[in-house]
Design a protein around this ligand. Structure first.
Ligand code: ZN
Length: 197
C-alpha cells in the first residue's frame, strides 16, 4: 500500500511539474510579445525628434537593439538577415520607426553588413566624426532619435560614391506594397475593360 501511495505521489508530482513548465513558457511568450509594444516612441508617421533618457531607452528597447543603438556597438559581420536581402521595400530605424533607406539604394558591398549608397531623405540621417579604435570614420545616426546605425565610407557605387555600412539589428524592414497595389489596379482596369466590351 505504501508503494502504491509513493507511486501516486510521484505521478501527481510529475503532472504538476509539467503544468508548471507549461504555464511558465506560456507567460514568457506573452512577455516577449509585449516588449515589442512597450516602445512608446516608435512611430513611422511622427517625425518629431525623440529626446528621452538613456535609462528610458534601456527599458523600451530589446537588449540587442539597445547595445548598438545607444551604446554604439557593432553586430558581428554576416549575421544580419538583411545583408543579402533583395526584397523591395523600406528600411526603418528599429529604435524609433524613422524611415532610413529604400531597398533600391541597397547594394552588395561584400563587407558583411547591409550597405546602402543613399539615405531616403537628407534629414533621415545625421553624421558625426568618429575617431575611436585608431580610425578616422564618420558615424551615422538616426535623424529622429540619434540611434547609432553604423558608418559611412567614401568607397560606394555611383551616383553618390558613398557606402552606408549599417548594423542590421537597428533596421526594421517593410515590404513595398506599391508594386502589389499597381498589380491589383491593373487587374481592376482589365476587368473594367472587359465589362465595356
Ligand atoms: Zn531612430
Amino acid at each position: 500500500m505504501k508503494r502504491v501511495l509513493q507511486c501516486l505521489t510521484l505521478v501527481i508530482l510529475a503532472v504538476t511539474l509539467q503544468q508548471c513548465t507549461y504555464s511558465q513558457s506560456n507567460t514568457s511568450k506573452k512577455e516577449n510579445m509585449d516588449t515589442s509594444k512597450k516602445n512608446p516612441v516608435y512611430s513611422r508617421t511622427d517625425s518629431s525628434k525623440v529626446n528621452i533618457s538613456e535609462e528610458e531607452w534601456r527599458k523600451i528597447l530589446p537588449a540587442d537593439v539597445y547595445a548598438i543603438a545607444r551604446q554604439k556597438g557593432t553586430e558581428r559581420p554576416w549575421t544580419s538577415k538583411f545583408e543579402e536581402s533583395k526584397e523591395v521595400g523600406t528600411y526603418y530605424c528599429a529604435a524609433c520607426g524613422n524611415a532610413l533607406f529604400k531597398s533600391d539604394t541597397k547594394f552588395e558591398s561584400g563587407c558583411g553588413w547591409p550597405s546602402f549608397y543613399e539615405p531616403i531623405t537628407k534629414g533621415s540621417i545625421i553624421y558625426a566624426p568618429d575617431n575611436t579604435h585608431g580610425m578616422s570614420r564618420t558615424e551615422v545616426m538616426c535623424g529622429r532619435c540619434k540611434a547609432h546605425l553604423g558608418h559611412v565610407f567614401e568607397d560606394g557605387p555611383p551616383p553618390t560614391g558613398l557606402r552606408y555600412c549599417i548594423n542590421g539589428v537597428v533596421l526594421d524592414f517593410e515590404k513595398a506594397r506599391a508594386a502589389e497595389k499597381k498589380y491589383n489596379e491593373g487587374d481592376q482596369q482589365n476587368k473594367d475593360a472587359k465589362k465595356g466590351e
